[in-house]
Design a protein around this ligand. Structure first.
Ligand code: SF4
Length: 221
């Protein structure tokens, strides 16, 4: 077991507006829901704790879901930056629902944003909106060029190659949309990967290898 050192991601929604066959989303038994305001505030409090402890320098505002679908996406992005003024805020979106207003707020809040090319014809305008504001972090075509099978949860090929697992090796955790804390961002199951909730004492959160790690391409040291 390793003590959690940071909340690497906050999954503000587990809903999505696409159904990609190479993604674990449609197979997830856990709830498809938006994170409520109290839970989001508490998740940010945990991040603040790890920032003060000197073990957290970044936060990604997405999980298994499309963050721009959250009805309070703009408010949440603003709040994250207000409460975490100095860390590296990032987000990954599919670009389908990105508006100019959202892109303005992302730029104001300095959220480095990746666009995943699940639907290139729809992601293209999002790429341009973010690029024009100088906040596009990159464009990902991973399902084609660096594919994974989500630790065996999805019938897809693996071409990403083996890599060290930062979740287990570095003590990273993810706050899911329902307020539970998980050990891994690949986890669509939401069963034995749960290590607590956002309401726990952050110093009592520990990551440990679990069932999904046995079928994963990543390695634990
Ligand atoms: S080894 Fe386990 S914790 Fe690490 S990425 Fe794979 S499933 Fe997740």
């Amino acid at each position: 077991m390793k003590q959690v050192t940071r909340i690497h991601q906050i999954e503000i929604t587990s809903r999505c507006n696409l159904t990609c066959r190479y993604c674990v989303h449609k197979k997830m038994p856990r709830p498809k829901m938006d994170m409520d305001g109290n839970t989001f505030n508490r998740a940010l409090t945990l991040v603040q704790h790890f920032v003060r402890a000197g073990t957290q320098y970044e936060l990604s505002v997405h999980g298994i879901g499309e963050s721009t679908m959250h009805p309070n996406f703009i408010e949440y992005i603003r709040r994250a930056r207000l409460l975490l003024p100095d860390i590296d805020l990032t987000c990954a979106i599919n670009g389908v629902g990105l508006t100019a207003e959202m892109a303005d707020v992302i730029a104001e809040a300095r959220v480095r944003t990746w666009v995943s090319l699940h639907r290139p014809e729809k992601a293209g305008p999002a790429v341009e909106l973010l690029r024009a504001r100088g906040i596009l972090a990159g464009v990902s075509a991973d399902p084609a060029i660096a594919a994974i099978d989500w630790a065996g949860q999805v019938d897809w090929h693996n071409s990403a190659g083996s890599a060290p697992c930062m979740w287990q090796n570095e003590g990273m955790a993810i706050a899911w949309s329902d307020g539970r804390i998980g050990t891994c961002s690949l986890d669509g199951q939401g069963t034995d990967g749960v290590i607590g909730t956002v309401w726990n004492n952050p110093e009592a959160l520990f990551v440990r290898p679990y069932s999904l790690c046995k079928t994963c391409h990543q390695t634990i040291q």
